[in-house]
Unconditional design. Structure first.
Length: 82
């Protein structure tokens, strides 16, 4: 049983297009590497740094990847100094 999978990617710019491209690239690779189907996913949590606010990554998981039955949340990473 898979209990959790973590992935990370760099987003080139704070634009909807860049966030979409990075989200789709990351999720596509995670799906391929882990042989995932929507039915195997209970939820997804997307975290972004505070400078990325042009779009919600979950939007592209739903619209492009097809995760319309997956519970998703988008959160900010803590901005801890140093």
């Amino acid at each position: 049983m898979t209990k959790g999978i973590r992935g990370a990617i760099t987003v080139e710019a704070n634009t909807e297009a860049a966030i979409k491209a990075a989200t789709v690239e990351l999720l596509t690779e995670m799906i391929k590497q882990n042989n995932l189907t929507q039915e195997k996913i209970s939820h997804a949590i997307f975290t972004v740094t505070t400078d990325l606010n042009a779009a919600f990554p979950a939007k592209f998981a739903r619209l492009t990847i097809g995760w319309d039955k997956v519970a998703m949340m988008c959160l900010n990473e803590l901005d801890v100094p140093n």
